[in-house]
Design a protein around this ligand. Structure first.
Ligand code: SF4
Length: 448
């Protein structure tokens, strides 16, 4: 039997697509082995979001070639899409396919086996108008399933290379999303995380079907308990989306709304599509519509031209908006983007200091947010034993508002919706006590 090994770099979308590519191989009778073992085919799913992503992708390709020089080495993903030539220059690379056309990967591998010639199957992504249908009916993690609903992005923020790697925004057909949602529920998943490159942009390329329509349709999927949106831009949260968030029992009280910077001059140079004031008003509106919602965000610090004052403006805004967690990134010059060519780059030390202060602020805000729930009973879906304290009998899962909670439990509870009382809050892992399983009984009202 043929064997295949995978290595995935980068984001959750790549992880999702590796699972989908594995399904193709499985259907062709392949067995999966670890990446450091001998395999007949190696698939490296690459990332190009930073220059480091490119470098690490090349390292992994070389590692695969060393591992078994006789194997077929196939490279896919964002770096493969933007730089196929660089990849084909690495001795031992046999097949390169970008972020489209992966359903033909096995044909390309066969072609290479017959001709012994490298196959370059990368096409112009800017011409792609159709969503690439790659199904993932099951995942290695049994509790939360990702469901990719869209591809690409039309925004062209000045720091980001992703539109060049993924192309323009394409939404997955509603029938296809719903079909996969049903499959996932049948496979036992209670929670679906809607993912994509610009997830909240779902429907922008469709006439009369928008994100809110999809959310309502998913709300009607029987057996599905939770719907989470991986990320949504402030501008994409309109009245109709707020209405679903507010009225659907299945929508998680958690939103990830990238801020990136809290100063108008920086936002403008980033070519983000909102001002500080617009972002603030949107968040306040959501906080009113969904009391206790947890809002997480991404922040880039040290963007070219960011002065101390601009940074402080952002710091104060973040404090004011009471995020439940921040993902903080120092700005990194991505070759090929307009921001990489901007002159007033910020010193690395200054960036590091700004990152550290924001990480401390994130810890403080996370603790504040979690403390609001001390003594409350939350719905948690346990995912696995708590590895960090082996033999403790503790299990770890997330509440609908994205608090990580550990509590004494057992294997039977994994994947079930459990009511757990929060005894001790923290900035990362909260501790609680199991109350009961709510799967089999009608779901209580949202105010737990
Ligand atoms: S919205 Fe901006 S940061 Fe996000 S993928 Fe599109 S271009 Fe990149």
């Amino acid at each position: 039997m043929n064997t295949v090994a995978f290595h995935t770099l980068g984001c959750k979308v790549n992880a999702y697509e590796t699972e989908a590519i594995w399904q193709l191989f499985q259907r062709h009778g392949y067995d999966k082995v670890e990446f450091d073992q001998q395999a007949d085919v190696y698939v490296i799913n690459t990332c190009t979001v930073t220059n480091t992503g490119d470098r690490k992708s090349r390292q992994m390709i070389r590692r695969a070639v060393r591992q078994n020089p006789e194997a077929v080495v196939a490279v896919t993903g964002c770096y493969a899409q933007t730089s196929p030539g660089e990849i084909l220059e690495i001795p031992g690379v046999d097949v390169v396919v970008g972020t489209q056309g992966r359903e033909k990967l096995l044909e390309y591998i066969e072609e290479h086996r017959q001709t012994r010639q490298p196959v370059n199957a990368v096409k112009n992504i800017m011409k792609a108008r159709e969503f690439e249908e790659l199904d993932v009916p099951t995942f290695s993690d049994r509790t939360r399933a990702s469901l990719k609903i869209q591809e690409g992005c039309n925004n062209f923020c000045t720091f980001c290379i992703i539109p060049w790697a993924r192309g323009l925004l394409r939404s997955r057909k509603p029938e296809s999303v719903l079909k996969q949602a049903h499959q996932l529920v049948e496979a036992g998943y209670k929670e679906i995380v809607l993912t994509g490159i610009h997830t909240g942009g779902y429907g922008e390329d469709m006439e009369d079907y928008k994100l809110a329509d999809l959310l309502w349709d998913l709300d009607r999927v029987e057996g599905l308990k939770r719907i989470r949106i991986s990320s949504i831009e402030a501008s994409q949260i309109d009245e109709r989306v707020i209405e679903v968030l507010n009225h659907s029992e299945k929508m998680c009280r958690h939103l990830h709304i990238p801020l990136q910077a809290g100063d108008d001059a920086v936002l403008k140079r980033m070519r983000r599509r909102y001002t500080v004031d617009e972002y603030r008003r949107k968040v306040e509106h959501i906080q009113q519509a969904m009391p206790q919602v947890g809002i997480t965000t991404d922040v880039i610090v040290g963007f070219p031209g960011e002065s101390d004052e601009m940074y402080e403006n952002g710091y104060r805004l973040i404090e004011e908006l009471q995020f439940s967690e921040l993902h903080v990134f120092p700005y990194s010059q991505r070759t090929g983007t307009p921001a990489a060519r901007m002159e007033d780059q910020v010193d690395a030390e200054v960036k590091q200091e700004r990152v550290q202060r924001l990480i401390q602020l994130s810890d403080r805000l996370s603790l504040q947010y979690a403390s609001r729930f001390t003594g409350d009973v939350l719905e948690v879906i346990p995912e696995r034993p708590y590895k960090e304290e082996p033999d403790s009998g503790l299990y770890m899962g997330y509440s609908d508002n994205y608090l990580q909670v550990v509590f004494p439990g057992n294997d039977d509870l994994i994947g079930k919706v459990c009511r757990v009382r929060l005894d001790q809050s923290s900035s990362d892992v909260n501790r609680g006590t199991f109350v009961r399983v709510v799967d089999e009984v009608p779901r209580p009202s949202r105010a737990v």
